[in-house]
Design a protein around this ligand. Structure first.
Ligand code: SF4
Ligand code: SF4
Length: 466
């Protein structure tokens, strides 16, 4: 039974937003949403979206793309997504860009994220020994062997089907999608989606590494890394996106972060490599040469949003910390891009951007170029789409924007369902919902409070685990 119906009536809601007296007009626009809230909260099937989420055509996410301009990224000339990138303006990636050096120094010297929290919560004095200990401890189990390009891991033997005396796994694309979904969720992924490497989809695969070695699609039996190239067999047509959560409770206290999302993602990454290899399929580690947010939007894991670092999920907001990417030849049914109205909502909602201590998030509308003049000056972004772009030079990954999104909340946070269902139909209440951050607690919490709270086992609020 929907918790919504037992806790708040439509009349109470309309009264709350000042529309109790409204008959037709604005109130009527909202009215169709309410009869479906039960469906929203009872829907838990992996591939069944709530009614307000529309599936789009393949290779057509909710942002405008100029396919004549959108091309594979030359990584020797761009420093996308790298936390401490080296410049590539001269094509050698050998010199630290002065703007990056400037903002790195700012991070180290100013601790803006901590100052931000002190200002917001006057009793907060900054991280204590137990905060530092928690952060350090959460990274202590991050030392698993990383898979190389073809997915091999030091010290881990992945037996082939023949090693077990069995034939390679056979399944229809639909069955295989269900198989990897259940397996990957068992390992700890929350969402498993797939995009096909069509001619358009291949444009999300970077042209080369930062060192200049090309990623080449070829008629080859197996993937390989040589001295001069990375080979992607043309039969490896599917790019799996498996999304893992950040510590859902603790991230609300950021900036005072742990890096547990990466720790968790590292573990899942090794599990999925083993699984696909053991089933007899290719498992190319693609996290280093594909864009997380782009793949998320094409595969339907997330929508492109103002929070351009990862994208935003209608069900999990900005809480996917790890957007794993792996290329395989396992036949899979691709999943479709989605439209839950998030990008439309972001136009008016700037909650995450206003929560950014480093002024690293765009405050304007979607655009073809970069809102940050420093990155526009050296063209440090993927051109060819109209959207929002992270101020990559400035962002030290403090995580404040992750905890602040109004789409965070899990199934039990009913107000988030109201936001989701209403904005998918009409944008007229967007400003109102965005302003409810304080009333409904979307935003950050005093880091000290976490130590007094009853916290969920293993970092995840159970309402997110579906
Ligand atoms: S964009 Fe997000 S992670 Fe980066 S500095 Fe701003 S709030 Fe922190
Ligand atoms: S906080 Fe608001 S602007 Fe930011 S990603 Fe979420 S919905 Fe969009």
């Amino acid at each position: 039974m929907s918790k919504f119906h037992s806790t708040i009536s439509r009349r109470e809601f309309m009264k709350g937003i000042g529309l109790a007296g409204a008959g037709l007009g604005a109130a009527a626009v909202v009215a169709p949403n309410f009869h479906d809230l039960d469906e929203v909260t009872s829907s838990s099937a992996q591939f069944k979206h709530p009614w307000y989420v529309k599936e789009r055509e393949y290779d057509d996410p909710t942002l405008e793309i100029d396919w004549n301009v959108f091309e594979r990224v030359d990584r020797t000339r761009k420093v996308l997504g790298s936390r401490f990138p080296l410049t590539a303006t001269n094509g050698t990636h050998a010199t630290l860009h002065p703007e990056i050096a400037k903002y790195r120094a700012m991070k180290q010297e100013e601790n803006r994220d901590i100052e931000y929290m002190k200002e917001k919560f006057p009793s907060y004095q900054g991280p204590s020994l137990r905060d530092y200990s928690l952060t350090g401890a959460s990274g202590a189990s991050r030392k698993l062997p990383s898979p190389n390009y073809i997915g091999e891991m030091d010290g881990v033997n992945i037996p082939s089907p023949a090693d077990r005396g069995l034939a390679k796994w056979q399944g229809t694309p639909e069955e295989n999608l269900q198989t990897i979904t259940n397996a990957f969720k068992f390992f700890g992924a929350t969402r498993v989606r797939v995009m096909e490497l069509t001619d358009k989809g291949k444009k999300l695969v970077y042209k080369n590494s930062t060192g200049g070695k090309p990623y080449n699609f070829k008629d080859a039996d197996q993937p390989e890394e040589t001295d001069s190239e990375y080979v992607i067999p043309n039969t490896a047509r599917y790019l799996i996106n498996y999304a893992c959560l950040e510590a859902t409770d603790h991230v609300r206290q950021a900036p005072a972060p742990t890096y547990s999302g990466y720790c968790h993602g590292n573990k899942v990454r090794n599990n999925v490599h083993y699984f696909l290899g053991s089933m007899g399929f290719m498992h190319i580690e693609a996290g280093g040469f594909t864009p997380a947010a782009g793949v998320g939007a094409f595969a339907g894991t997330t929508e492109h949003s103002r929070s351009a670092m990862l994208g935003t999920s209608y069900s999990h907001g900005n809480l996917f910390r790890w957007m794993g990417r792996i290329i395989t030849d396992m036949p899979l049914t691709p999943t479709k891009p989605i439209d839950a109205g998030i990008a439309r909502f972001c136009i008016d909602c700037m909650t995450c951007a206003h929560s950014c201590p480093y002024e690293s998030m765009p405050l304007g509308e979607q655009r073809w170029d970069h809102e940050n003049p420093e990155e526009e000056a050296i063209q440090n972004y993927i051109p060819g789409f109209k959207g929002w772009r992270l101020f990559n030079f400035r962002c030290p990954r403090c995580k404040n924007c992750h905890g602040a999104c109004v789409f965070n909340g899990g199934n039990e946070a009913i107000i988030h369902n109201i936001v989701r269902t209403t904005q998918a139909i009409t944008p007229i209440f967007n400003g109102f919902f965005a302003d409810m951050e304080t009333a409904f607690g979307y935003g950050t919490r005093n880091p000290d409070d976490w130590w007094q709270r009853e916290v969920p086992t293993f970092q995840f609020d159970p309402t997110y685990l579906y």
